[in-house]
Write a new protein. Sequence first.
Length: 276
Amino acid sequence: MKLTALTSDLVQKAIAIYQDLAYGSGRPRRPVETPKDCSVDALLALFHKEQAEAIPGYPCHRYTLRLGNRNYPFMKLLLQEHLVPGEFYFAVDSHDQMEIKPDFPDYEQWMAVRRFNRDLKRQIEQGFERAGLDTSLCLRQLLLASGVEGTPPCRGLVLIVDDEEDLAAAVELLMQRRGFRTYKVHDGASAVVAAASLLPDLLLLDYELPELDGLQVIERLRSEPTTANIPVLLSSAARVSMTDIKKADGFLAKPFPDTLLYEMVDRVLRSREVRR
């Protein structure tokens, strides 16, 4: 969806679906007054504007509205641009990426909150789809509709790891257009198994994953001689420390455009060849 197509009705519908599923009936929720028949700028003023530009010249915009849920107050409604420049879609940010170690007090309770948030995020985004709102599914559909001419020479195998299946499918299409064969998995434990079995030329790894997070995946891979040298391009919408970023061969802050994805893939592969 182009921002020019954003309307008060669309924003109201997204907020209503989110809050109905996040709170249910009879529970208090944050009131949001959506202006009627107003400009796009007035609608966007409801949100907090973020802009990720890790590398100058590659901006992507993200608008957030903190609505919370019945168990966790920091969950957010998103309107963001990702992979396909100029195209925005509705999504949910669970905003629960705090580093909680197994020896921390209340670890199991915190893990239960994260599982609840992950399931709720999926339910809300499915609700958006059923209501005809643009979601990450639209990115893959846009890429399929755009088509490509010719088949580039094969550049190797990329293992894509992302628990958001529609985003993983969109990234898969982009990688195939650059001549890569692809394989997808959607959790950290499966990533470790697939990497050991396939020995890909590159691992595109999301940080926020079920089972094992991206840093735990990297730790497992680096500890085994057969997988220690697989190049890893880590991505995350959460804040990741510089110390943790250096554990990967490259890092992408979400959201990012397709051009930056291509640039970072090439950088990581070139860097690995130089080290060899």
